[in-house]
Every structure is written in structure tokens, then in C-alpha cells.
Design a protein around this ligand. Sequence first.
Ligand SMILES: C[C@@]1(CC(=O)O)C2=NC(=C\c3[nH]c(c(CCC(=O)O)c3CC(=O)O)Cc3[nH]c(c(CC(=O)O)c3CCC(=O)O)/C=C3\N/C(=C\2)[C@@H](CCC(=O)O)[C@]3(C)CC(=O)O)/[C@H]1CCC(=O)O
Ligand SMILES: NC(=O)c1ccc[n+]([C@@H]2O[C@H](COP(=O)([O-])OP(=O)(O)OC[C@H]3O[C@@H](n4cnc5c(N)ncnc54)[C@H](O)[C@@H]3O)[C@@H](O)[C@H]2O)c1
Length: 217
Amino acid sequence: MGYYPVMLDVRGKRCVVIGGGAVAERKVRGLLAAGADELLVVSPHITQGLGQLHEAGSIRHESREYLDKDLIGASLVIAATNAREANEAVALAGRAAGAWVNVADEAGQGDFVTPAVVRRGELLVAVTTGGASPAFTVRMKRELEALYGEDYGQRLILLRQLRERVLNQETDEARRQAILRLAAEEMAGGIPAELFGNDAIDGWMARLELMVDGRHT
Ligand SMILES: C[C@@]1(CC(=O)O)C2=NC(=C\c3[nH]c(c(CCC(=O)O)c3CC(=O)O)Cc3[nH]c(c(CC(=O)O)c3CCC(=O)O)/C=C3\N/C(=C\2)[C@@H](CCC(=O)O)[C@]3(C)CC(=O)O)/[C@H]1CCC(=O)O
Ligand SMILES: NC(=O)c1ccc[n+]([C@@H]2O[C@H](COP(=O)([O-])OP(=O)(O)OC[C@H]3O[C@@H](n4cnc5c(N)ncnc54)[C@H](O)[C@@H]3O)[C@@H](O)[C@H]2O)c1
């Protein structure tokens, strides 16, 4: 089965997680890492970790079994109970409420699966095997973590700064594109040494402009 990948902005969206075990906690932490701020957990029992998140005010918690009305107005619903019938009922009601539904014990019943993610600042790499092997998904995530180290966050900060400047100052579209591509190429090899100084972005942009002009003459 195929999936269409998207990166969702979940801020201001009602997200409901049904169930309060280890799986629910992992999904909740993923949603919080993405900035979810309207997060409801419905479960008669919750893990210690979820309890702490509730006490800290990061999530709301209804301490009872799920009811269809919990899903009204939801954008995302995650069915993560250990009861097959409950997860099935949540999937039906979530869809009826117009939400995108994830079913933790029967992926095919839901509308999306949750990938393993590597975050480096604004860089987000997501992996899925579509349910073929979550263990292999985790294994691949570890490989990507080693390949894309912590400094990738800084690389993106610098690329974003350069891009904003180029978009503001460079009116010729072909030249603009050439500069941004060259910058991406250079950054793939590591943060250029010149970017550790003052006014570094301006100097970098000036050099990239010269290089691009040189390529075209
Ligand atoms: C990536 C990750 C994201 C997350 O959950 O946040 C994720 N599972 C993770 C870990 C993990 N899950 C399981 C193990 C034990 C080893 C094993 O069984 O292989 C491990 C490994 C571990 O814990 O190390 C068991 C398992 N998982 C599913 C079932 C039910 C079934 O398939 O029927 C069962 C059997 C349950 C049972 O009966 O025991 C189902 C799903 N798990 C998914 C995602 C979705 C597609 C993933 C994909 O293939 O890409 C999908 C389809 C639905 C969904 O949840 O969206 C997260 C890693 C986070 C991280 O570390 O970064
Ligand atoms: N998708 C994944 O990544 C993944 C990984 C491992 C296991 N699983 C599957 O996910 C399910 C949950 O795993 P777990 O380890 O978190 O289980 P768990 O037993 O630790 O927790 C289940 C939770 O569901 C709650 N619950 C039960 N019935 C409920 C209801 N009607 N309404 C609301 N809450 C209810 C319980 O109170 C408990 O908090 C299992 O079915 C397991 O097969 C999925």
C-alpha cells in the first residue's frame, strides 16, 4: 500500500489520542515535538510520563474510556488502546468526525501511519516501511541520525538567512536559482569556514554571486 507524505502543522489543531500506554505516550511526545497545543488524551490509565505531561499542562486528560463525542472537531485522531474493538470504534467515529485517523494495532484501518523521525532544527527526515517492519524503520532512523549530525540545524539556519537575503536582493530569477543551488551544494560538504566570522552571510553571498557570474561568462 502506498502513502502520500506530508508534513503537518498541528499547532491550533485538535489532536486526540485514545489510550494511555507506552505507544500512546510515544505518539503524544511526537505531537508535542511538532508543537501540538490542543492535545487531548482519553484513557482510564496513563503512563507516568503522560501523567507528568498532564501535570505540566502540556496535554489534557480525560480519565475514562473513550466516547464518540471526544472526537468532535478533531483534525487528527490516534487509536492506541490495547483493545481491538475500541481501536476499531475510534477509527470509525474519527472518520465520521472528518479527522485523519491512525490505528496503532491495524494500520490498514487508519488513514495514515506515523514515521520514525530525525529532527535537526528545521530539518525533518521521516522514515516508514508502511508497517512492513517497524524495527527496520527504527534501524534506518539510527543510520540517518549518524549521517545527518546535530550541525545540520545550524546549516539550515545559515541557508535560510542566505535565501532571505537573495530573495530580497536578487531580481534575476536564473541568477537567484543558481546562487541558491550553489549554496546548497557548498553546504552539503559542511559549513564553509568563512561563515564563522562577522557579516558572514554577506561575504558568502558576494562570493557565490561572483562564482555564478564566472560560470555564465
Ligand atoms: C516508527 C514508529 C513511530 C511511532 O510510533 O512514533 C512506529 N513504530 C515504532 C516502533 C515499534 N513498533 C513496534 C515495535 C516492536 C518491533 C516490531 O514489532 O517490529 C517497534 C520498535 C521499537 O519499539 O523499538 C511494534 C508494532 N508497530 C506497529 C504494530 C502493529 C501492526 O503492525 O499491526 C506493531 C506490533 C505490535 C504488537 O503486536 O506487538 C504498527 C506501526 N508502527 C508504526 C510506527 C507504524 C508504521 C511503521 C513503519 O513500518 O514505518 C504502524 C504501522 C502504525 C502506526 O503506529 O502509525 C516507532 C519508532 C519510533 C522511534 O523509535 O523513532
Ligand atoms: N504502532 C506502534 O508503534 C505499536 C507498537 C507496539 C504495540 N502496538 C499496539 O498498540 C496497542 C497499545 O500498546 P501499548 O503498549 O501502549 O498498550 P498498553 O496496554 O500499555 O496500554 C493500553 C492503554 O489503552 C487504554 N485503554 C484500553 N481501553 C480503552 C478505551 N476503551 N478507551 C480509552 N483507553 C483505553 C488503557 O487504559 C491503557 O492505557 C497494542 O494493541 C499493541 O498491539 C503498536
